[in-house]
Design a protein around this ligand. Structure first.
Ligand code: ZN
Ligand code: ZN
Length: 467
């Protein structure tokens, strides 16, 4: 080996690893001790419960664009100030709105009786006298798509698919497409309306609402969800082989454009205030319940976690931002607005996590960090072990409102909750405070406080431009 090439090899040997070592993120032993204290403090704080109790009692339903939405924004600003956040502000988010109106249905023949339904978000209404037509049933959205042209001509399509219960909510994905695009697919087959079995896992006589969409080139037909027992009832009638005729009346209509706000509270960092850890939940809810689980709990858990850090004698090195996201339900509108407004400032977001899966205990933490930050992510998971949480993988989603930022390469974490019962209540009148267990909520706060504090304190970062 020539001397020059030998020297180059030595240089290369030293240069690359040294540069890597210099940047490898790490945690300080003292910070870990404080994180453990914060964790244990959170378990007896009950602060999260007080916050969600306040939101559901003093505001209640807060569908995007309603007076409840405006009241929630005021509540959020006041709450963050009351809890001692250093800065509280709001950023505007503008969107189209929708109004529910009346929603009734009944079987006209062969066995007349009432049905419980709810309109899907952004459905058009029926004529005032209602829409009466024969039911044409399909097992799944896929079956409807594969049906011949005009298969449902002049009929009300009924999709029977039953969502499956699962701790990780994995039954939701396969079910929810019927809600989102059922109306478009039904109209393509000539249908005049659509009823889906509610996207839920309960057997209560309540229907689950949620967003649906039309396509520009397909005729718009009214869309609603049936309660699970009413879907069963309709199936039993259909089994008897006679045509089943249903009348549905929806008073739904589009409203005016509206401006709401992402409400933001910051605990300002002492060393790198411009860099921040982003946690939060969405402030809007559907109109049927009081939005305790979806997503008052997420707002409460993350606000309570940040507030615990604010009570420390010293501010963390980096800032912690709690975002109470605007209008998640009708299309991640607040999340998209935030990503757009902050797209030139993404390097300052150390990581993000949204709590939006109810109030069940967290059982797993997933990360989405650059390779050399994985040991820190796993160390954070280790601090959560006494909470019954274990490390999952490095493919975290981060929660719905983190999707736009994640797609721009921002690091995210998912603190995955037990969602076994979540879809019993999701988007129904039964999403109320009594479904929240205080101890489970504290466990959530404990996990978020560990994640937020250690991310704010770590040396180095989780990376940017993460795929
Ligand atoms: Zn939600
Ligand atoms: Zn929701």
């Amino acid at each position: 080996m020539k001397l020059a090439s030998f020297a180059f090899t030595i240089l290369a040997l030293f240069h690359t690893p040294l540069a890597t070592f210099a940047q490898a993120p790490s945690l300080d032993a003292e910070d870990i001790k404080i994180a453990e204290q914060l964790r244990d403090e959170a378990l007896k704080s009950s602060k999260g419960y007080a916050i969600v109790e306040s939101l559901t009692t003093e505001v209640g339903p807060r569908m995007a664009g309603t007076p409840g939405d405006a009241a929630a924004v005021k509540w959020g600003e006041a709450k963050l100030k009351e809890l001692g956040f250093d800065k509280v502000w709001k950023e505007p988010v503008t969107f189209p709105t929708w109004k529910r109106g009346v929603e009734t249905a009944e079987v006209i023949s062969p066995y007349p009786q009432p049905l419980v339904i709810t309109a899907l978000g952004f459905s058009i209404g029926t004529a005032a006298e209602g829409l009466t037509a024969e039911i044409k049933a399909y097992e799944t959205l896929e079956d409807l798509k594969n049906a011949p042209d005009n298969d449902a001509k002049g009929k009300i399509v009924f999709i029977k698919y039953k969502m499956k219960k699962a701790r990780d909510g994995s039954g939701y994905g396969p079910a929810v497409s019927a809600r989102g695009s059922g109306a478009v697919e039904a109209a393509k087959k000539g249908a005049v309306g659509i009823l889906i079995r509610s996207i839920g896992t309960d057997s209560h006589r309540m229907a689950h609402t949620g967003m649906m969409r039309y396509a520009d080139d397909v005729v718009r037909i009214p869309a609603a969800a049936l309660s699970a027992p009413d879907a069963d009832l309709l199936e039993n009638m259909l089994k008897r082989g006679k045509p089943v005729e249903v009348k549905m009346t929806l008073g739904a209509r589009d409203g005016q454009e509206y401006t709401s706000y992402n409400v933001i509270g910051e605990i300002t960092g002492s060393e790198k205030p411009e860099e921040y850890v982003l946690i939060g939940g969405h402030l809007d809810s559907w109109d049927l319940g009081t939005g305790a689980l979806d997503d008052g709990a997420g707002v409460a858990i993350t606000t309570a976690a940040a507030e615990l850090i604010a009570r420390l004698p010293q501010r963390p090195k980096r800032s912690i931002r709690v975002i109470m996201w605007a209008n998640e339900e009708q299309g991640l509108v607040g999340a998209k607005a935030y990503a757009e407004a902050h797209k030139n400032d993404l390097n300052n977001i150390i990581t993000g996590a949204e709590s939006d899966f109810g109030a069940g205990k967290i059982w797993r933490i997933d990360s989405r960090v650059k390779a050399d930050a994985l040991p820190v992510a796993k160390k954070i998971a280790e601090i959560m072990e006494p909470l019954g949480i274990s490390y999952g993988n490095n493919r975290a989603g981060g929660g719905p409102d983190l999707i736009p930022l994640r797609q721009l390469g921002v690091s995210v974490f998912s603190l995955r909750q037990d969602g076994t019962d979540y879809f019993d209540y999701h988007h129904t009148p039964d999403d109320t405070l009594d479904k929240i267990d205080k101890a489970a909520l504290d466990q959530n706060t404990a996990a978020y406080v560990v994640l937020a504090y250690l991310s704010a304190q770590m040396d180095g970062d989780f990376g940017t431009d993460i795929e």
